[in-house]
Design a protein around this ligand. Structure first.
Ligand code: PEP
Ligand code: MN
Length: 276
């Protein structure tokens, strides 16, 4: 099924081209976010991610910088020219976040939060709906209906791994579902090998596998000094690892007759309408 193209900020996700969403798990400081934003932009990323409100398993873990991160995060996003994606964890955050982010992310822990989904459904801002680690595909697609039912059809699905009996990796990356959804849904599908594996050296091979399975985009966590990251340090790619991933992603896409969406040299310019 042809994937719908959805506009996030100044860029399309889905449709024919492949996109990269990159950034830290958590925004930790303006220096950290700026250095990552600049680097991933230079390497060809299309969207900037960064958590401000973190839903951590333990209440004593770093909970994110909260509201104070947004003024500089927004400025960095504008300056670097990458649309900003950040997680919303509470319906009360929606209104003030409307002018601060280009797309909302709903995290795995909130996929079943129907009150949050209904409120997001009343907005016109794209929503990246991550799969709950315990959700069947049917439940995930039902959750998307809460958004669509309220009037927001700009839904992007994100496979981020599910919990299984296997504990060697943080989660089990359900590549089956990526291939399945490409045939049974027209929402763009993002693959998140960072949370799916939880181990930085496994991110690249699983990202490449997700491209081959048909994903429309990758979401990866990047940090200049992964061991110092305040959240998800084991899975963050350092700059060299991200550069290597981008190089190999281009090769796999080329082999599949696809390309990264900015690699448009010599391609006739298409109107946004052409993607719909
Ligand atoms: C994240 O993207 O940093 C995150 C918390 O992901 P998930 O909701 O998939 O655990
Ligand atoms: Mn994370």
């Amino acid at each position: 099924m042809k994937t719908k193209a959805i506009k996030i900020g100044n860029h399309l996700i889905g449709g024919e081209d492949f996109s990269i969403i990159a950034g830290p798990c958590s925004i930790e400081s303006d220096e950290q976010f700026y250095s990552i934003a600049q680097f991933v932009k230079k390497q060809g990323a299309h969207f900037l991610r960064g958590g401000v409100f973190k839903l951590r398993t333990h209440p004593k873990s770093f909970q994110g910088l909260g509201w104070k991160a947004f003024p500089f995060a927004r400025e960095i996003s504008n300056q670097v020219g990458l649309p900003l994606i950040s997680e919303v964890t509470d319906p009360r955050q929606i209104e003030p976040m409307m002018s601060l982010v280009d797309a909302f992310q709903v995290g795995s822990r909130n996929m079943f939060n129907y009150a949050l989904l209904k409120e997001l459904g009343k907005t016109k801002k794209p929503v990246i709906l991550k799969r709950a680690f315990s959700a069947r595909v049917e439940e995930w697609l039902s959750a998307s209906e809460y958004l669509v039912g309220e009037g927001n059809a700009d839904v992007i699905l994100c496979e981020r791994g599910i919990r299984s009996f296997e504990t060697t990796t943080r989660n089990t990356f359900d590549l089956n579902t990526i291939a399945f959804l490409k045939r049974h849904s027209n929402f763009p599908i993002v693959a998140d090998p960072s949370h799916a594996t939880g181990i930085s050296v496994l991110v690249e091979p699983m990202a490449l596998a997700a491209i081959a399975a048909g994903a429309d985009a990758l979401m990866v966590e990047v940090h200049p000094f992964p061991s110092q990251a305040l959240s998800d340090s084991n899975q963050a790619l350092d700059f060299d690892q991200f550069k290597s991933l981008m190089k190999k992603a281009r090769k796999i896409l080329y082999a599949l007759g696809r390309r990264l969406s900015e690699d448009e040299i010599n391609r006739p310019v298409r109107a946004i309408e052409d993607f719909r």
